[in-house]
Design a protein. Structure first.
Length: 130
């Protein structure tokens, strides 16, 4: 029933593809990944819906991102999960930050096309920045 509701909502809103974060953070410290299995729901959803989906790196973690993460007024840490997510920030500089693209069942080619276009566009932006 919930799958039909999801499909119906996408049709009503005329959504062809969804652009979503892969995870609520860039990366975790090696050895701590088992603490974050609950965060896999960001991508597991599309497996449960039988939606084609893929990920592509679009940026990297910068020193500015890490500095912002440490600002309590910008990121108020309230739960143990948030503390654990915040902790890896200091060692994640230059790691990739990705997004995922998902679409309706049997729209694999559309997902691949959007992923390719994003990859090309973000590669050009990265080349200009460096």
């Amino acid at each position: 029933a919930w799958k039909r509701q999801f499909l119906r909502l996408m049709a009503v809103q005329q959504v062809d593809v969804l652009l979503c974060p892969v995870l609520p953070f860039a990366a975790v410290r090696l050895g701590n990944e088992e603490r974050f299995t609950g965060c896999l729901t960001y991508s597991v959803l599309f497996n449960l819906l039988d939606f084609p989906a893929g990920t592509v790196p679009v940026s990297t973690v910068t020193a500015g991102d890490i500095a912002d993460l440490k600002k309590a007024d910008k990121y108020n840490v309230e739960t143990s999960l948030e503390r654990q997510i915040r902790m890896p920030g200091s060692s994640s500089q230059n790691l990739p930050v990705g997004v995922q693209i998902a679409s309706l069942p049997y729209q694999d080619e559309m997902v691949l096309r959007v992923l390719r276009d994003l990859e090309k566009k973000t590669r050009l932006i990265h080349i200009k920045i460096v």
